[in-house]
Design a protein around this ligand. Structure first.
Ligand code: PBG
Length: 322
């Protein structure tokens, strides 16, 4: 044990050489809302700097992402019509499928990820179809599978089921394979907690449930061991990548996930985490650049290989400056 631990942090040159964790724009995935209802980019009030993009304007965020050098985009759709069975999600002419087709041509060097869930597309806002008073897990699986296949056919490299139905990864994997889409990867939203931090996202997507909540399918935030079982289940079902979500309050789960698998681990730095930093920064209470980079380093230090963050574009610029 060295007697003086400050030796290795005495100068910027020493600190640079001994930095244990490095982050890079290539590990960032930038979430994008594409909207069938917007005719102009619509600012999202609870997510300053983020917009709902009409398909015709999708080149703006695409150019920003390419210029920043981020690793990928994660698409969410806002349909014109919502219905009981979320049919906008798996419509081959739906907003996400069309956006993927358009991006696929222009974004050869960006990984395209598509979120697979029904909540943005159902009139009740739940992540699956309702049977009785409850979300019907197994009927939902059929629709999630259709959705995953639809996005893979439209050009997604990775499909990412986020509805927290049991066996969603396995069902989609089987559906992709049966359609000959053996090279499309599946990223499980494996440990997705029933979190208040999704509030701004639900404003953006109009996807707050009209009755009840999501606690019967999303994970209980008091439970860490059971979250690791969810990760293990996704691995057994064939997930190529496992995810922990939200990020900052769940670094323990990120670290434990890292410890049990050599698969890539993703972390989702969600809308509420973004809104907290933005609002404090707008008030002059926090320095946005320093707390954002500190947050992103914490994810990497905890073991995340990729970071899904609304700060992807800005953080990439900040990293180039420093
Ligand atoms: C569900 C989904 C949600 C988010 C990503 N996928 C919302 C929810 O589960 O309520 C939230 C992401 C965020 O808050 O940034 N399709």
């Amino acid at each position: 044990m060295p007697d003086r631990l400050r030796r290795l942090r005495k100068t910027p040159a020493l600190r640079r050489l001994f930095q244990e964790t490095r982050i890079d724009p290539s590990m960032f995935v930038y979430p994008l809302f594409v909207s069938e209802t917007a005719s102009n980019p619509e600012p999202i009030p609870s997510m300053p700097g983020q917009f709902r993009w009409p398909l015709a304007e999708i080149n703006q965020p695409l150019d920003q992402a390419l210029h920043a050098g981020v690793g990928g985009l994660l698409l969410f759709g806002i349909p014109l019509h919502k219905d009981k069975i979320g049919s906008g999600a798996y419509d081959p002419k739906g907003i996400v499928a069309k956006s993927l087709q358009s991006l696929r041509h222009q974004a050869k060097h960006l990984v395209l990820v598509a979120d697979v869930c029904l909540c943005e597309y159902t009139d009740h806002g739940h992540c699956g179809v309702i049977g009785g008073q409850e979300v019907d897990n197994d009927r939902t699986l059929e629709l999630l599978t259709k959705t995953g296949v639809c996005y893979a056919q439209a050009g997604a490299d990775i499909v990412a089921p986020s509805s927290m139905m049991d066996y969603q990864v396995g069902a989609i994997r089987r559906g992709l394979d049966e359609s000959g889409l053996v090279d499309t990867a599946v990223m499980g939203y494996s440990a997705k907690f029933a979190s208040g931090f999704y509030g701004p996202f639900r404003d953006a997507a109009g996807s707050a449930p009209s009755f009840g909540d999501r606690k019967s399918y999303q994970h209980d935030f008091a439970n860490g061991r059971h979250a690791i079982l969810e990760v293990q289940a996704d691995i057994e079902e064939g997930a190529d990548i496992v995810m922990v979500k939200p990020g900052l309050p769940y670094l323990d789960i990120v670290a434990q996930t890292r410890a049990i698998t050599d698969l890539p681990v993703a972390v989702y730095n969600v809308s509420g985490e973004y809104a907290m930093i933005k609002s404090a920064a707008q008030n002059g209470w926090l320095d946005e650049k320093s707390v954002t980079l500190e947050t992103l380093y914490a994810f990497a230090r905890s073991g995340a290989d990729l970071i899904i963050t609304y700060h992807a574009i800005e953080a990439s610029k900040w990293l180039k400056e420093t």
